[in-house]
Design a protein around this ligand. Sequence first.
Ligand SMILES: Nc1ncnc2c1ncn2[C@@H]1O[C@H](COP(=O)(O)OP(=O)(O)OP(=O)(O)O)[C@@H](O)[C@H]1O
Length: 264
Amino acid sequence: MTITSHEKLLEVDGVTVRFGGLVALHDVGLSIRPGTVVGVIGPNGAGKTTLFNVVCGFLRPDEGELRWKGRPLRKHRPDQLAGLGIARTLQGLGLFGGLTVLENVMTGAGRLARTGALASLLGTGRAARDERELRARSEDVLAELDIAHVADLLPGALPYGVRKRVALARALVAEPELLLLDEPASGLSTAEMDELATRITSLSEKTAVVLVEHHMDLVMRVCDEVVVLDFGEVIATGPPDVVRVDPAVADAYLGTAPEEQPSA
Ligand SMILES: Nc1ncnc2c1ncn2[C@@H]1O[C@H](COP(=O)(O)OP(=O)(O)OP(=O)(O)O)[C@@H](O)[C@H]1O
């Protein structure tokens, strides 16, 4: 079957990013189809975070283009992602320490700011109805991630692995078509990582996933396709089994810690 451009959710086409004289990304291209999990890997400094930041709208490319469902995405900002159908989790989690878990998750819909604080307080009108719906949806997502019991706690009181799940819940409440995960496995125990792998695989039935990750075993286990960056260039793209044995990939990882090598 021929895949036409509108069947791709996100396309990154010829993207170059420079920081002064340093070329962090050079002519990078990739595409994400619905229902797929795409891993972005590469040694330290390869450009993974820079690519993530370009997709999120934190950084503008110097050259190249992003397309969302076939339409150019030129001036998008991180706060517009939820409206487009894209959600993300960040390495730093970014949870609000003064809000409960449930309230944190509710902020993920990117809607609260628009509902009107006064109407919400008075509990009347459409804003109040919207908020009730959002609250119910947030509770459902917390239950799906098996953390409904911490809904009324502050994130600071929770173990790191649970906080990471809260951050994931906040991304999922927006019901994204594309979920961007930046190092979701960092700091997790082996058991938590197993649980995350299962979770990502089941999530991909509803949403495409881009996974920027150092843990090769997770990437190789859950991804349909892996994009390998080295010095800002894509040096390999393909299914995990193909990328794993690509000599260029092995070369790129030579000299890095064994646990970061694709064969690990
Ligand atoms: N804001 C910045 N200003 C200058 N150089 C930067 C900036 N951000 C990243 N770089 C450089 O761009 C290159 C790519 O960095 P990036 O953080 O995207 O790599 P990475 O693959 O995410 O690395 P890591 O695995 O270590 O997180 C590196 O050489 C880095 O030093």
